[in-house]
Design a protein around this ligand. Structure first.
Ligand SMILES: [Zn+2]
Ligand SMILES: [Zn+2]
Length: 387
């Protein structure tokens, strides 16, 4: 993971949390904006005029009103849609017992350091187990929480086409660990790989234009983000490896457990390969990179600054390595996939070509360093040869 990047302005100090004042009613998506993709013109809409999404302003969202009856501010609208785009299934949602009253707000609290969302409670959780684990860290200002409503006041979604039919989904300015998710668009359906803390209204509509999200798969708990809010928004399934079930931060009937492998959408393979977490997974997309194949890795296998290489760690922020056997096992587990390109969990962290060999040679280098072996030039104290 990258270093901390949260903005203190977006966070609520739990010792001085303002009273919740804005209860709300849920909106409804317009009938034309189907969440199952039936209203979408498909991924081609994204690329037909270059790298920019086409205007989707034809969708007219029913904006929210607060409990006071006034129309929401622009920030409120975006925040509530980011959180409550699940409005398409408002009846079912309320039927699950979610408590939304005239006088009470039950926010789903988001950890400001790791960006993972927890269940709806009046008060924020006492702890974030993901941050308290040695693979992450509690923010230097202590445990801090925010909500989507507050987050969206000075953050927005950022969508970028990484390659045809692969859309990066991030947040600007960066939040949490600064990650970006990836939307894989296929004729059989769309998979959101990894998650962020918020997808705002404009991005929700653009993603609906691309066919929505059918399944959410995540590399590991550091990328859970607001996975259930996003799943509610798009009526999506959420696949979590059984090995990581104890890390589920926000339980939901949308979550389906798998063991070592799953097929979220026909043609895509979700594979648990372990290492960073027992359930750490990768997603194989054979049609990516011009049919040469793509592996999406988050930081199960992380693409490093020298982007012809990757690395493997127990903890990235605390620099705790993995052992030799595990690193070689990770490399071996992805050899069954045919791929040329590797997408890590952050903007620009991409091995553009020869990704399969990059993983193999990176594992071998890693093991060599664990054994105390160094490049021949380094053993003589000299810089590498440029010949
Ligand atoms: Zn956290
Ligand atoms: Zn991680």
């Amino acid at each position: 993971m990258n270093g901390p990047s949260f903005t203190s302005d977006t966070c609520i100090d739990v010792r001085n949390r303002p009273e919740a004042t804005c209860a709300f009613r849920l909106p409804s998506w317009p009938a034309t904006a189907s969440t199952n993709g039936s209203a979408s013109s498909g991924p081609a809409a994204w690329t037909q005029d270059g790298r920019r999404p086409r205007d989707v302003s034809a969708y007219s969202v029913n904006w929210l009103t607060t409990s006071t009856g006034r129309e929401s501010s622009s920030a409120d609208r975006f925040a509530l849609l980011g959180v409550q785009a699940a409005a398409a299934r408002v009846d079912g949602w309320l039927g699950q017992g979610r408590e939304i009253g005239e006088d009470k707000e039950m926010p789903a609290w988001i950890c400001a350091t790791c960006a993972v969302q927890y269940p709806d409670t009046e008060e924020p959780p006492a702890h974030c187990p993901i941050c308290e684990d040695e693979r992450q860290y509690v923010g230097w200002q202590g445990q801090r929480w925010t909500t989507a409503r507050d987050l969206v006041r000075d953050h927005r979604s950022e969508l970028r086409e990484e390659e045809p039919n692969l859309i990066g989904v991030g947040i600007e300015p960066a939040f949490g660990i600064g990650q970006r998710a990836l939307l894989v668009c296929t004729p059989q359906g769309n998979v959101l790989w990894d998650c962020v803390a918020l997808i705002d209204d404009a991005a929700c509509r653009q993603i609906l234009e691309l066919g929505g999200v059918d399944v959410i798969c995540m590399s590991h708990p550091h990328f859970y983000g607001a996975n259930i809010d996003i799943a509610d928004a798009f009526d999506a399934r959420v696949l979590v490896p059984r090995a990581d079930r104890d890390w589920i931060a926000r339980p939901s009937p949308r979550i389906e457990l798998f063991d070592d492998e799953a097929e979220p959408i026909a043609g895509l393979t979700l594979a648990r390969i372990g290492g960073h977490f027992d359930g750490a997974a990768v997603l194989h997309w054979p049609a990516g990179a011009g049919q040469r194949g793509v592996l999406l890795t988050g930081d199960t296998i992380t693409v490093v600054q020298d982007r012809d290489w990757v690395s493997f760690m127990w903890s990235y922020p605390n620099l705790i390595p993995l052992d030799e056997r595990t690193v070689l096992d990770i490399a071996a587990r992805v050899e069954r996939f045919s791929f040329d390109r590797v997408y890590g969990g952050w903007w620009g962290r991409v091995v553009v070509e020869d990704g399969a060999r990059a993983i193999r040679r990176s594992a071998e280098r890693y093991v060599a360093r664990l054994r105390g072996e160094r490049p021949s030039h380094a053993t003589h104290g000299s810089p590498p040869s440029r010949t």
